[in-house]
Write a protein that binds this ligand. Structure first.
Ligand SMILES: Cc1cc2nc3c(=O)[nH]c(=O)nc-3n(C[C@H](O)[C@H](O)[C@H](O)COP(=O)(O)OP(=O)(O)OC[C@H]3O[C@@H](n4cnc5c(N)ncnc54)[C@H](O)[C@@H]3O)c2cc1C
Length: 391
């Protein structure tokens, strides 16, 4: 069943929704995206797009546009938070020359994707909030906040962590608090910033810094383990002093960065288990709607990009919508689950308390990056070397 000529409704104009819409429209589908927001705008924060995500951007025809507004990453470093001494480092230039790993402002990525979607003929409708989704034999019914009922005959739910489409497919299951919170902020850069992601590690906390927009800005994500999340929503503007206090015992490099923070958002990191059912009949989910992850492998948006490509490809190759959607879940479930597991483990590695376990772990990392750096790079091949656009 080629998707050529099929009418498809995508719910959500986030990273996964826009990528899926573009991939489907490029195969001839007539795609409408429904988005609740009044504008396609994103919070000021950065994202890392690894080579496996960039492969999808390139295949969507948006690779050059993304590269033009991003910083080409040259490596990553793990540092001891208290004294900024290196624990582990990867030099992409040396051990993976030409690796297409980018740091991008989220708003720029969404703009690039929205431009690609419109160029492919996608109709993006804003101020379209879905309140409830019910499955029907013919597809689904979308009960809109403004009272209308829309009946798409093929629905892709790319509506994020609090997805209504996931609930329609899997029943109600509230996201759970992962006992971690993340502050996100962007500060102006001073001087030349190396195109490297730095991770400062401490007991129960870590802080990630990397440059954005030609090195004129620095993105900061700071994570803390915490027992409770008392806020009503899942992110809000916080007092920068709260962030500074939590990292007060980190070294001078971190203090100098945090002294420049003027505005910061705090996120409760919520998850739900990988959904059991990603599709039924003529309805499917992708991205965070199907499998939200902790941000510690920087792969949540990238997994949404991979899903989007595979979904369009699987539908295009199948004999029927149902078999295409089943093939999509088969091709994605194990990989997304494995990446999510790796991200959860990374939190534990970053947050070790001082003592013999941390000493052993850090020594092993230090030796790994000094004695066998190319082997250390290879550890990530299964994530970054995977190119869904190659079939
Ligand atoms: C602190 C932090 C750092 C991160 N860093 C990285 C990183 O470096 N690299 C990376 O790859 N990932 C990262 N991620 C993860 C990444 O942000 C998400 O995995 C990704 O945005 C998921 O994309 P999505 O399209 O599935 O969902 P979303 O981006 O959440 O998009 C969902 C869209 O659906 C719309 N929507 C929702 N409900 C409705 C409704 N009822 N009606 C209409 N529209 C609706 C929303 O408005 C939104 O536009 C990070 C996440 C966090 C919290």
């Amino acid at each position: 069943m080629a998707v050529d000529g099929q009418k498809i409704c995508v719910l959500g104009a986030g990273i996964g929704g826009l990528a899926a819409a573009t991939a489907l429209a490029a195969r001839g589908a007539k795609v409408t995206v429904l988005e609740q927001a009044e504008a396609i705008a994103e919070v000021g924060a950065g994202l890392q797009i690894g080579p496996n995500g960039f492969a999808v951007m390139r295949a969507l025809g948006a690779g050059d546009a993304l590269a033009a507004c991003s910083v080409h990453a040259q490596g990553m470093q793990l540092l001891n938070g208290s004294n900024s001494q290196p624990v582990f480092g990867l030099d992409f230039q040396r051990f993976a020359p030409g690796q297409e790993y980018y740091f991008v402002h989220r708003a720029d990525l969404v703009d690039v994707l929205a431009d690609a979607a419109r160029a492919a003929g996608v109709n993006i409708r804003l101020l379209q909030q879905v309140q409830d989704v019910t499955l029907t034999n013919a597809g689904a019914k979308l009960h809109m906040a403004h009272g209308e009922v829309i009946k798409p005959n093929l629905l892709i739910g790319a509506d994020g962590l609090h997805s209504n489409v996931r609930v329609a497919l899997n029943g109600v299951r509230k996201p759970f608090f992962t006992r971690q919170v993340a502050w996100r902020t962007v500060i102006p850069a001073v001087g030349d910033e190396p195109p490297v992601a730095k991770v400062y590690m401490g007991a129960g906390r870590h802080l990630v810094v990397y440059p954005l927009r030609g090195g004129t800005m620095l993105n900061i994500v700071a994570v803390q383990e915490r027992d409770e999340w008392a806020a009503e929503g899942w992110n809000f503007e916080d007092d920068p002093d709260n962030l500074r206090n939590v990292f007060a015992d980190f070294g001078d490099e971190v203090q100098a960065l945090l002294a420049r923070v003027q505005k910061v958002y705090l996120w409760g990191l919520f998850r739900h288990p990988v959904a059991e059912h990603w599709h039924k009949g003529r309805v499917a989910i992708l991205g965070d709607a199907a499998h939200p992850t902790l941000p510690f492998m920087a792969q949540g948006a990238v997994m949404a990009l991979e899903d989007a490509w595979v979904l369009a490809d699987a539908l295009d190759q199948a004999d029927s919508v149902e078999s295409g959607l089943a093939a999509y879940q088969d091709r994605r479930h194990a990989r997304a689950s494995k990446v999510i597991e790796a991200a959860s483990k990374n939190a534990r590695n970053y947050h070790l308390s001082p003592g013999p376990v941390r000493f052993a772990a850090h020594t092993a990392l230090r030796l790994g990056s000094t004695l066998a750096p190319s082997l250390a790079m290879k550890k990530f091949d299964w994530i970054y070397g995977h190119d869904v656009t190659k079939g």
